[in-house]
Design a protein around this ligand. Structure first.
Ligand SMILES: Nc1ncnc2c1ncn2[C@@H]1O[C@H](COP(=O)(O)OP(=O)(O)OP(=O)(O)O)[C@@H](O)[C@H]1O
Ligand SMILES: [Mg+2]
Length: 274
């Protein structure tokens, strides 16, 4: 297990670095001194039990919450993620678990929600529906490889995988996106749609956007991620390369025992090294 939070000499400057992130909600300490490093071109998974602090860390990165302590750097420059808007400006956007789509609207309206291109006729603004449709088709294809047969149907009628693609398209249209964050993208999907979603994640990475993905499913994590950051009780307790690790090792880190040789009982998990 490599030591986290310490840059090795000669290691290239990370695309994104979160350093010493600490956050409490009232009396509850959700995060303690968390470091996260993301390199360009990387898919980083964050794993950990319920309540480990994964979503809170990501919400700090995307400007939803402010940390009590800690700093965030993009390409070595300190950034203040004081709001979603500031985070997007710094090149970080997120797809949350509920996707945030307006079910009644078709894909183009969702992709451009709040960013609609306008065409003026005699000075009067009209939504440029044709441009939205064409751009949506292009963005979907380029970023996710997904081709919708009919872009006029409400997103409610699309499959889970297609909805995921629309949510990703909306997240990646922001100018100069560097990092896409996905919180539990496969949690509610069947096997086929899960495979598609893992493909979508790779497609985004292949477009030059680094990805942070939160998942409870270690099989998915090992299928798609280059590195895994393990969180436990609000701390980042270790980090591994997927190529040099295994689900068993990571599971052991999640529950707090270095090596899992037998099915864990509650007591053995609790009694393990903290
Ligand atoms: N807005 C909030 N107000 C109060 N406590 C919160 C808030 N958000 C998170 N917490 C608490 O912070 C801790 C970390 O929660 P967080 O949602 O980050 O965990 P998580 O790792 O994402 O868990 P899960 O896998 O269940 O999604 C938990 O104890 C949670 O109850
Ligand atoms: Mg969560």
């Amino acid at each position: 297990m490599s030591k986290i939070g310490v840059e090795m000499e000669g290691e290239k400057q990370p695309l994104l670095a979160m350093r010493g992130i600490t956050k409490s909600f009232g009396g509850l300490r959700a995060l303690t001194d968390v470091d996260l490093t993301l390199q360009e071109g990387q898919i980083l998974a964050i794993v950990g039990d319920n309540g480990a602090g994964k979503s809170t860390l990501i919400k700090i990165l995307t400007g939803v919450y402010q940390p009590d302590a800690g700093e965030i750097f993009i390409n070595g420059a300190k950034v203040e993620m004081s709001s979603r808007r500031e985070s997007i400006k710094a090149g970080v956007n997120a797809v949350y678990q509920n996707l945030g789509l307006v079910d009644a609207l078709p894909a183009p309206a969702n992709v451009f929600l709040g960013n609609e291109p306008v065409r003026r006729i005699l000075g009067i603004p009209f939504l440029d529906n044709r441009r939205m449709r064409e751009e949506t088709e292009r963005i979907l294809l380029e970023n996710t490889g997904v081709r919708l047969e009919d872009t006029s149907v409400p997103t409610l009628n699309l499959s889970g995988g297609q909805r995921q693609a629309v949510a990703i398209a909306r997240a990646v249209i922001v100018a100069d996106l560097k990092v896409l964050v996905m919180d539990e993208p496969t949690a509610a999907l069947g096997p086929e749609e899960t495979r598609n979603t893992l493909e979508l994640i790779r497609a985004v990475r292949d477009r030059g956007i680094a990805v942070i993905v939160i998942s409870h499913n270690l099989e998915h994590v090992f299928a798609v991620a280059d590195r895994v950051l393990v969180m436990r009780a609000g701390r980042a307790i270790g980090e591994v390369d997927t190529a040099g690790s295994s689900g068993t090792e990571v599971l052991g880190m999640i529950v707090g025992s270095a090596v899992v040789t037998a099915p864990l009982t509650k007591t053995s998990a609790q009694g393990a090294q903290q």
